[in-house]
Design a protein around this ligand. Structure first.
Ligand code: KOT
Length: 800
């Protein structure tokens, strides 16, 4: 087959690229060189780059059609894709061509790159993981589609007003998104509410889903996959001309507004269950549009439903898309008229579920009343699934009523609610956690009952990150050094090759170069003295992650330098980055207090040149790519047993930061690989933390017995930081849910070891190189390879 359909590929010479850029400026942007704005230049460059990927996309689609492969569909309510321009330049091989071409339009690459707005369609780790997995799926030539929601407003923009977080809307696509291909012809219809009549479900409200897609190119291969994002639109006829003519302008568009609100805004929540009807509507909207699209695609090349599970695997990114299970049952039973048992066997062989949490409060449940009103047929289907589940439990564990109660899809007390995680485990053939420890804890705690019933269903797939985005693009200087050290850039597609750097840790000349590159990255970040240790804690704000522990350490360092500036030791810049959910008041108080402590230290001349706290607002992927290469110390200090995995920990270690951390999430695996001697471990482990939590834990005993801890908390309580943060101190002294005070001494002492290690820069550099060299396992390519061999069982389709 002619995969190019007779099309000539776009040119790869500087002249051809420049000619295409000009042509796009005239014919697609509709302007001229003389009148082009920076925005014109940016959008024209984006189109010129996008065309090169679109050409590969067309050939990918043709090859996929030809081979009728098994497809991986990734369903996720969030994608945190990061800025697109530099990635697409790299992946299309045009990075070198762009600057000269832009110059003919009169613009610098920097001013144009600054206009590339990142689509913030996710909150944090879960959304960024989805983006890294799509990158690796394309890189490994796996036929895959990501499905998500095209929120008009992404994760809010964080500003500080008097140190306090304020949230501003993130109107990311206000100027239009040059990377996006609308596909209005592929619209789907989604029903809500209504009733169950003799003919089945009659929805009371109907909304259209209109898709658009972004290109997901593979690196070092021709494959270009897509992520398809749905936007809610009113069904056409919903404009009420009668009301409009009568002057009721708002009422005339009411229905349209209600429909379009479904994809209006990303819920800015991380690791808690967000129980709101609009959120449930979003979830069903995503699921319903995507499943119909998946079925439509299946039908291109297949006729028999029995082939569906062999051609399709649908990965649920946490429970947010779990309604896909009853929705596919509904399509098969109500619309396709399959027998229930037949349909259930297809469904059960199609879906797999990834769990991303250990926090009980993050396990989604929906009020039965609400779900039944919004989706009456789905609730009925959930009840039927539950009947079969509970029958199986009773027959396997006769008389064990408590087990039946625990495993039921319906929680009865204090309110009847549907347990989405139980539904997800019941309707899938594979359930995975996201790090070894997490997967173990899932089967021993959260899903212990289900693991007893179906032990083979549970597995682990340790998270990973894109080495292209988080090393090559974020840290070009270090990447060049790695390539020269290894003699090849093959590590970008096989990150295990980084192990070849290990012998170079003993080479003083290489260590010198390593330090030079890391210093350049710090200078590029521009946060003052590049000789100071850059100590970073970048992640969403949550009490379990324990930014408050880092803050107590900062206050302790500050007290030490005030008492004894000559003996302070190594200069540090402590950098915090991250957002708190707008309604998470405890986390917002911690942010406020960090800013107050930063201001107090900044205002104290004694601290000058020794200690600085910086907190750049609006931490996002763009900012992460600047901070990570510059970091010396990576703070991964969650209470053991709470962080499912973490992925920032991997990005930082890969770029040569040393970790100070607890034995939590993927920290365990990072330490195993980089070596205990190159990792600063502290704190209670999971069993010890769980035991202390289960006992009569009294945080005040630590306050009473530790002078430095007491001084730090007293400083907050006495108003030393502008009277701010007293509630933070009280919460630690009275409750301390996450054992911050119990781990304080171990943490501060370990930080003293960190400082001592920093004094020996040759040794520190050795450890830094070994962190990079031994972190190749944490490539998302390896993660995808694990998903393939343990869950997806799909094969590559290569072009050429
Ligand atoms: C949010 C709501 C409900 C359930 C889970 C979440 C969630 C979990 N959001 N982000 N996560 C993080 O996912 C990352 C990718 O697996 C992990 O590395 C991280 O530990 C989770 O906290």
């Amino acid at each position: 087959m002619d995969l190019r359909n007779g099309l000539r590929p776009l040119g790869t010479t500087p002249d051809e690229f420049q000619r295409d850029l000009l042509s796009n400026l005239y014919y697609r942007r509709g302007t001229t060189v003389e009148s082009a704005s920076a925005q014109d230049a940016y959008e024209t460059l984006a189109l010129t780059v996008r065309d090169r990927l679109a050409e590969r996309r067309a050939r990918t689609a043709a090859a996929h059609y030809e081979s009728n492969p098994r497809w991986v569909y990734y369903l996720s309510a969030e994608y945190l894709l990061g800025p697109q321009l530099e990635q697409n330049l790299l992946y299309s091989g045009t990075t070198e061509l762009a600057p000269a071409a832009l110059k003919t339009l009169g613009f610098s690459p920097e001013e144009v790159a600054a206009l590339d707005v990142e689509p913030g369609l996710g909150n944090g780790g879960l959304g960024r993981l989805a983006a890294c997995l799509l990158d690796s799926l394309a890189t490994l030539d796996i036929p895959a589609v990501g499905y998500g929601i095209r929120y008009d407003l992404g994760i809010f923009k964080q500003e500080f007003d008097n140190g306090e977080q304020v949230e501003r809307p993130d109107d990311w696509a206000f100027q239009g998104d040059p990377w996006e291909f609308p596909a209005p012809d592929d619209w789907q219809m989604v029903g809500f509410y209504g009733f169950l009549g003799p003919e089945g479900w009659v929805p009371g409200e109907v909304v259209h889903g209109e898709p658009s897609h972004l290109l997901i190119p593979g690196y070092g291969t021709e494959t270009v996959n897509i992520v398809r994002l749905w936007r809610a639109r009113a069904a056409r006829a919903s404009f009420d001309l009668r009301r409009f003519s009568a002057g009721q302008y708002a009422e005339a568009v009411e229905e349209a507004v209600r429909a379009e609100n479904i994809s209006k805004v990303l819920y800015p929540d991380d690791s808690t269950d967000m129980g709101r009807e609009l959120r449930l509507k979003q979830q069903y909207f995503l699921v319903s549009c995507s499943l119909r699209d998946i079925v439509r695609r299946f039908r291109f090349r297949n006729a028999d439903w029995d082939d569906f599970p062999a051609k399709t695997v649908i990965q649920l990114n946490d429970t947010h898309p779990t309604l896909a299970i009853p929705e596919l049952m509904r399509l098969l039973v109500d619309e396709e008229k399959l027998e229930w048992e037949h349909a259930w066997s297809l469904v059960r062989r199609t879906f797999a579920y990834t769990c991303h949490t250990l926090l009980p409060e993050a396990l989604e449940t929906w009020p039965v009343d609400m779900l039944g009103r919004l989706l009456p047929r789905h609730l009925e289907i959930i009840y039927l699934i539950n009947e079969a589940l509970l029958a199986e439990v009773r027959s396997r564990f006769p008389g064990d009523l408590d087990r039946v109660r625990r495993m039921s899809l319906i929680q009865e007390e204090p309110q009847r609610r549907v347990r989405m995680a139980n539904l997800a485990v019941t309707g899938t053939f594979a359930v995975n956690g996201v790090a070894e420890l997490h997967s173990q804890l899932l089967t021993s705690t959260t899903f212990a009952d289900f693991a007893a019933l179906w032990p083979d269903r549970f597995t682990n797939v340790t998270n990973g990150v894109s080495p292209r985005r988080f090393v090559r693009l974020a840290n070009p200087g270090l990447s060049t050094l790695i390539t020269s050290g290894l003699g090849s850039d093959a590590w970008l597609r096989d990150l295990s090759l980084l192990s070849g750097l290990a012998p170079l840790a003993d080479d003083p000349a290489f260590r010198e170069q390593w330090r030079t590159e890391r210093r350049h990255a710090k200078e590029a970040l521009g946060l003052g003295d590049p000789g100071a240790m850059l100590d970073v804690m970048i992640k969403r704000f949550h009490e379990y992650k324990r930014q408050q522990l880092k803050l107590l350490h900062v206050i302790t360092l500050y007290h030490r330098l005030r008492d004894n500036p000559e003996r302070f030791g190594v200069p540090r810049t402590v950098l915090f980055g991250g957002k708190a959910a707008p309604a998470y008041y405890a986390a917002k108080s911690i942010i406020r207090l960090i800013n107050a402590v930063a201001a107090a230290i900044e205002a104290d001349p004694k601290a000058y040149g020794l200690l600085r706290v910086v907190f750049p607002p609006n931490y996002n992927v763009t900012l992460a790519e600047k901070i990570i290469p510059a970091a010396d110390l990576s703070e991964q200090i969650s209470m053991a047993g709470k962080e499912a995995s973490g992925t920032g920990n991997m990005k930082l270690a890969l770029n040569g930061a040393l970790t100070i951390g607890t034995l939590d999430g993927a920290n365990v695996e990072i330490r195993d690989r980089v070596g205990a001697g190159n990792f600063f471990l502290f704190g209670l482990d999971t069993p010890a933390a769980a035991a202390l939590r289960a006992s009569d834990y009294r945080p005040r005993t630590y306050y009473d017995s530790d002078d430095e801890l007491r001084a730090a908390l007293d400083a907050i309580l006495s108003g030393a930081f502008g009277g701010v943060g007293q509630e933070v101190a009280h919460s630690l002294l009275d409750r301390d849910e996450y054992l911050t005070l119990a781990d304080y001494r171990s943490y501060v002492d370990k930080q003293d070891e960190v400082a001592a290690a920093w004094e020996d820069q040759e040794h520190w550099t050795r450890m830094s190189i070994l962190n990079t060299a031994n972190s190749g396992f944490f490539s998302a390519d390896r993660t995808v390879a694990d998903y393939l061999s343990r869950i997806w069982h799909a094969s590559p389709v290569r072009l050429s």
